[in-house]
Design a protein around this ligand. Sequence first.
Ligand code: KIV
Ligand code: ZN
Length: 503
Amino acid sequence: MRRIRIFDTTLRDGEQAPGCTMNPREKVELARQLERLGVDVIEAGFPVSSPDDFEAVQAVAKTITRSTVAALCRAVPGDIETAAKALEPAKRSRLHVFIATSDLHLKEKLNITREKALEMIAQSVALARSLCDDVEFSAEDATRSDREFLLAALNTAIDAGAGIVNVPDTVGYITPEEMTQLITYLKDNLHKGKDGEEVPISVHCHNDLGMAVANSLAAVRAGASQVEGTINGIGERAGNVSLEEIIMALDTRGQFFGLETGINLRQIYRTCRLVSTVIGQKIPPNKPVVGRNAFNHEAGIHQHGVLKNPLTYEIMSPQAIGIYDNDLVLGKHSGKHAFAQRVEELGYTLPESVLEKAFARFLALADRKKRVTNKDIEAIVGAAGYTIPETYRLHSFVVNSGTVISATAVVKLIRDGEEIEHVARGDGPIDAAFKAIDRIVKVGFQLVNYSIHSVTEGEDAQGEVVVKLRQGERTVTGRGLSTDIFEASLKAYLNAVNKIIAQ
Ligand code: KIV
Ligand code: ZN
């Protein structure tokens, strides 16, 4: 079995997509989960793009010990030096240098000649190599580049010391057959590395025509040995290739591909869920591998078959990717030790302060809910991970609504031990409650998104509310979890408000 490396760019390319912004704390939380998943490389950001991104890359570099942490930089000295600085604390680091190679991008975007591009590649890769042993070079818009020029660009990067070269299908344009030909051509003609060994080829496919998975798989069949993509396929426009789909295709069709990854499959589902929670975007129900319907069988004839033998309609098992039966796991008399043990069995290693907070949430939930399930615990743990200073805490609330009176809400918050209460009217009880909070906190921002979904099943299911607040250029996401949707909404709103205040 040839080993395929998985390069995750959820925190960089994924985060660039509208509505997917993540702050440094969220990136660290996700990076921890990506490491548990077993990805080979975590691209944590583009440090020169903003002080926040610099901080995020540095924080991820400090935290991660097993995966390589990569940072993106254009082929210019300032970017490379900044990225190298952000990566300084990393145990294993990679500088990812890119420049476009298609004539369209060279002329319209960069306004430089091919010769100039080659010069910039040679200089920037050499500089990157002087600062980091592991350098990846990417030829942006590679698939629309002149083939001979693309080869010259990649060979220039190899001669300057790049240890891996990446072929991005930046606009999701190529087809699988063309990808096979391109990778075969490059494999046959690329220079050897400084150590005399073949230099690995990576692919990075976008999904504009829905062919990102097929194109990436065609590339690895033709000899590429690294796939770049994102969890849930998030990314610019139609997104990047979904890594969970690549990983499960290689695993489920192992005999056909003869390729393996170092991924811990059982962490797939919770990684996808965590990304969805962090960015506040639901996973579509028909999403391959992790959508809610991926293992649901509605038609009688299918149900009959699956009951007899799941293989009739299931080509992979839900357990394989970490979806477990929603069995009763703990009750309100379970102690902290039992809770901690279950959290660990579910694959989470939490610092004591976060565990403490999660346990408090568990006790509160167990008081209200008859059945506390693994999914409940995962939701609690996910929410407890985002430890931000709680400037305002919810003390209590009362909401009133109906068809004959306008909705009102009374909300009481606590700040520095002091109770502050306000009342407001609104277009519905949630709007009224949010307005009451606005009156207490007196910080200017705008609510740009509100969504609610249930994280568990049954009448006493926990609802998760995600809100997005915008203040100037910045958008923050707030989450709240409760069996009561009003409470979940208020918690989500306050979580976002506290983030704005903390920044
Ligand atoms: O899509 C793309 O071309 C990229 C590169 C910067 C690798 O994301
Ligand atoms: Zn990309």
